[in-house]
Design a protein around this ligand. Structure first.
Ligand SMILES: [Fe+2]
Ligand SMILES: [Fe+2]
Length: 674
């Protein structure tokens, strides 16, 4: 780091992060720390994973000192990784009396997942618990291992819940959003009763390892005592299948299917509902379920809405019906269909609040009804065009009870951590904020209040809905029109800025490492990019490679390069302990002018080289002097497909724009998300 390479990346200096701190004190046998799921008034599930079989015991009780109850062995489900040999494990006789569940869809070899069902609990009661291997506790004797059962449906209790989607990047911003929300609820000493995750919780493909590092890791200390109710989304949908209920998403969650948490039995974990006191919550699969009115999901939704007696109705799903953020609801099929087919059902049943993500932005509507057309227009589809802020224009008012079509507020809270974008302004939106954060919702009696809390902990939007007698909904022919949005000058491209590196990572190939290199000539074939290549006639040198900028301390100066050749080839082998445990591989690199990187023979990254490769490489863009030495981060595309357990090889060809280029620089490090 003593070398003068500009640290141009936000957050790069805080490489050692707080994420994962909680896990350090736990015995390493826990590969997924205990977390609670599917709470009802009288029951809850506790799930966890270990790296080898144990004798699972969950002890619980009304005080941390008195965990006098034990979960029946028959109420603990054991699930094995696909590659774990069941016959070997059964010889240990540890599982007598337990229930053997379906195998996990994907998990590292040897993984055992335990799912314990705690039943016969008292409503609205706080219990403490410990997870043990026989008599040996696996969880610290810490009161944070607790949960609170739901109040009986219909009980008039205050409710507080958080929500966002699109968080699972493993980046610093994800962590800051979460910390800001927790600090906010700690400041007013009012923790969340539960959390609604609006989907895209494990980028990039919802793999098991991405769930571990980008969902369970960052939220671990909360997941042990607070239920996250999920909804199925497109990134999870790459490896999980919602309609079939299979994949890492369904391994991770226990969702109600038989109406056990309230509502009508859905028969599927992909869409479900639950009650909490005076409110009823509905999670829909907007991603890969049939959304048409005749579909099983729409039919179930109608049954569910017809039978609930709750005072407040809240629906959540991933693909927002109204958005002009990173996704346009006038263009994407899923969003159009949710609006055309599902929103009319919700509004006809008197749903008060609809939460969604997908679009990486915060957008919050006026009080809306009947905006089903495409493109979305606000004329005659708004019942109150004020700002809904109790300290501004005043709260939105609805009649008491659940009258049909009395107005709904729509929130896009896809601002949980992923890169933000805005395309335009949705005409229904009262507030559009391009900033990371979360949504916090309080329900107290006849009033629901939502707060947008940004990643600094500041409240950026407040809206309320008050339900009282004596209100008659009226349609506005010409509601308030949000100001037009003018796109800022085109932002610097990903090519130029790269992205931020993972919040914590390991160096597989450090800066200043020693590489095999070839300069002044070209390899005869592309065998040099693969393992097993005989590189005896290559030279060996330390990075950085190149010539030019006087402020760079080159490890290997290519003094003969100017005027003679434009390309240099590097290769280095490295070892990986367990390829299936790697979430993301990326290059931290300063370069001039362009390069192509290969992992085990496959091209995984290209910057500044327009076409072709090697001696045929063309369209190489000269970089500006100040960009050449700036360290950038780029994830390697599809690296998880090509990475192998054991030995691998990273190969990089570096190019300058022409023989007279003032500088050449290749200063790479290969990192993996930790
Ligand atoms: Fe997303
Ligand atoms: Fe999405």
């Amino acid at each position: 780091m003593a070398r003068v390479i500009h640290i141009a990346l936000l957050g790069l200096v805080s490489l050692v992060s707080a994420v994962g701190r909680e896990t350090e004190s736990l015995p390493s046998i826990l590969s997924r720390a205990p977390y609670v799921q599917c709470a009802t008034a009288t029951s809850i599930w506790v799930l966890w994973r270990t790296t080898r079989p144990i004798q699972p015991v969950v002890r619980y009780g009304l005080s941390p000192q008195q965990l006098s109850s034990r979960v029946e062995r028959s109420a603990i489900v054991v699930r094995l990784a696909p590659t774990t040999n069941r016959a070997d494990l059964e010889l240990t006789n540890r599982w007598a009396g337990l229930t053997l569940g379906p195998r996990l869809h994907s998990a590292p070899a040897g993984t055992v997942q335990y799912e314990a069902h705690l039943t016969g609990l008292r409503p609205a009661t706080t219990y403490y618990y410990a997870v043990c291997d026989g008599d040996q506790p696996l969880t610290a004797p810490d009161p944070s291992y607790h949960f609170r059962t739901h109040p009986l449906p219909g009980t008039l209790v205050p409710i507080r819940f958080g929500a966002f989607g699109d968080s699972g990047t493993g980046r610093e911003r994800q962590r800051r959003v979460w910390e800001a929300l927790l600090e906010f609820t700690a400041r007013d000493r009012h923790p969340m009763d539960f959390f609604l995750h609006l989907g895209d919780m494990a980028y990039n493909r919802g793999r098991d390892v991405e769930f571990s590092t980008r969902f369970f890791g960052p939220y671990e200390a909360t997941l042990r005592h607070t239920v996250f109710w999920p909804t199925f989304a497109n990134h999870e949908g790459i490896t999980s299948k919602g309609a079939a209920g299979l994949g890492p998403y369904f391994d991770a969650y226990r969702c109600p299917t038989n109406g056990e948490a309230g509502g009508a039995p859905s028969g599927h974990e992909g869409f479900y509902s639950f009650d909490y006191g005076p409110a009823h919550f509905i999670s829909l699969n907007s991603h890969d379920e049939d959304r048409r009115p005749t579909s099983r999901m729409a039919q179930w939704l109608k049954r569910d809405l017809a039978q609930t007696r709750a005072q407040w109705l809240i629906a959540f799903f991933h693909q927002a019906p109204y958005s002009k953020g990173s996704h346009d609801s006038d263009r994407e099929k899923e969003m159009i269909q949710m609006r055309t087919y599902i929103v009319p059902i919700l509004e006809a049943a008197g749903v008060d609040l609809v939460l969604a993500g997908h679009s990486h932005i915060y957008e919050r509507s006026m009080l809306v009804d009947g905006a089903y057309a495409t493109p979305t227009i606000a004329e005659n589809a708004v019942l109150d065009d004020g700002d809904g802020d109790p300290r501004g224009d005043g709260p939105y008012r609805k009649p008491a009870g659940r009258l049909p079509n009395a107005g709904t507020v729509y929130v896009v809270a896809g601002h949980g951590g992923a890169t933000m974008r805005r395309k335009a302004t949705c005409p229904l939106m009262r507030k559009t904020i391009l900033e990371h954060g979360s949504l916090l919702v309080d329900i107290q009696g006849d009033t629901l209040t939502g707060y947008m809390i940004d990643h600094y902990g500041d409240v950026r939007d407040t809206f309320s809905i008050v339900k009282r007698d004596g209100v008659t909904p009226m349609r506005l022919a010409y509601p308030w029109v949000p100001p037009a949005w003018i796109a800022a000058k085109a932002p610097a491209t990903m090519d130029e800025l790269g992205t931020s590196p993972p919040d914590s990572y390991l160096e597989l190939i450090p800066r200043n490492a020693t590489w095999q290199y070839l300069a002044g000539t070209h390899p005869r074939s592309d065998a040099w990019t693969r393992l097993g290549f005989d590189g005896r006639d290559w030279q060996v040198g330390e990075a950085p490679f190149g010539y030019g900028p006087p402020d760079v301390q080159f490890g290997t100066v290519l003094a003969d390069m100017p005027g003679r050749y434009t390309t240099v080839y590097l290769r280095r082998e490295f070892d990986v302990e367990a390829a299936d445990a790697v979430t993301e591989l990326g290059l931290l690199i300063a370069y001039a002018d362009g390069f192509i990187a290969y992992l085990n023979g496959h091209e995984v990254l290209r910057r500044g080289v327009g076409q072709d490769r090697g001696r045929s490489a063309r369209d190489i863009t000269p970089r500006r002097a100040q960009d050449r030495t700036a360290l950038r981060y780029y994830p390697l595309r599809d690296a998880e497909r090509y990475l192998r357990t054991g030995r691998n090889v990273l190969a990089i060809e570096g190019h300058v724009a022409n023989l007279n280029s003032p500088a050449c620089l290749l200063d790479p490090a290969l990192i993996s998300e930790d």
